[in-house]
Design a protein around this ligand. Structure first.
Ligand code: OAD
Length: 277
């Protein structure tokens, strides 16, 4: 890990670049939510260390044992539902609300970016006395891998936001579609499934047009998400990375800042940084 002095220099340089960029893309992964208590996938305590993705996060697993898959997603919904956005989510939310040329693309399904945006909007309303509490569409994250809190019908494909607890005691108690009665599934992208083409298109367009792609807390191992910073690079833009460790994306990054997202992001994105801890 670079020393504090190196880190400070890198942060100052990254702030300068971010401050002068017209179009910014932020790409986040599980690491941005780690300080909120959401488990990552590949770290020492990562979900894929103790759970087999092929048994829980594939269409085949759902077909073979929907109860088991829902039990796992029900547990994740409960765990994540108790977590709050951290300082990194808050800094990103303020940036995307305040800068109409900033876009957020996330691999996360935990909904914490959305909560941070809602909190930032209501903070803004209480300070300005404004009654407008809606998050502008352009500030909403482009969610590459879906949402833990949305269901998708296996019959009619209807998608619904749903934060209720899941009863996975038996197959008979699993959530079913109000319209057609078919089994619902979590609306997340599983291994072996493609991303929503329209969502991917929007993410790729943001990556191609960004002057800076700031990559935060992702291992950079899962594509196509991990290819987005490359698109920015190939289009003449700059990649910056914030992570605890180096990743395959470090090699294409102009600067890779080692540290926790919750500590680094406010220093990178907020107006008055405190560069001395
Ligand atoms: P990973 O668990 O693969 O990687 C998390 C990254 O965050 C690692 O590089 C950590 O070093 C870094 N990290 C951990 N804590 C951090 C902190 N406080 N601050 C900054 N960085 C930190 O998670 P993802 O890259 O998001 O896909 O995983 C990508 C995809 O793989 C996920 O969306 C999921 C998973 O299988 C699907 O479910 C489709």
């Amino acid at each position: 890990m670079p020393g504090v002095v190196d880190n400070l220099k890198e942060i100052a340089e990254a702030r300068r670049l971010l401050g002068s960029a017209r179009r910014i893309l932020i790409l986040t992964g599980a690491g941005v939510s780690a300080e909120s208590g959401v488990p990552t996938f590949r770290g020492p305590d990562g979900l894929w260390k103790t759970h087999r993705p092929e048994a829980l996060a594939t269409p085949e697993a759902f077909q073979a044992d929907p109860r088991l898959v829902w039990e796992w997603y029900g547990w994740r919904r409960e765990r994540v539902g108790a977590c709050r956005p951290n300082a990194a989510h808050a800094a990103i939310a303020r940036l995307t609300l305040g800068n109409e040329n900033a876009r957020l693309v996330t691999q996360n399904v935990d909904g914490l970016h959305e909560l941070a945006l809602e909190e930032a909007v209501s903070e803004g309303c209480s300070s300005t006395g404004s009654a407008e509490r809606a998050v502008p569409t352009r500030a909403a994250p482009i969610r590459l891998h879906g949402s833990l809190f949305r269901t998708r019908c296996t019959g009619c494909d209807d998608r619904t936001m749903d934060r209720r607890p899941v009863d996975a005691a038996s197959e008979a108690t699993l959530p079913r579609c109000k319209r057609c009665g078919a089994l619902l599934r979590p609306d997340v992208v599983w291994f072996g499934e493609g991303l929503d083409p329209e969502v991917l298109q929007r993410a790729m367009r943001s990556a191609e047009t960004a002057e800076i792609c700031l990559v935060v807390g992702t291992s950079g191992l899962v594509h196509p998400a991990a290819s987005l910073p490359l698109l920015t690079r190939e289009s003449g833009g700059v990649v910056l990375e914030v992570n605890l460790e180096s990743t395959p994306l470090t090699t294409i990054a102009m600067s890779s800042i080692r540290g926790r997202a919750g500590q680094i992001l406010p220093k990178l994105l907020e107006a008055e940084p405190e560069l001395n801890d």
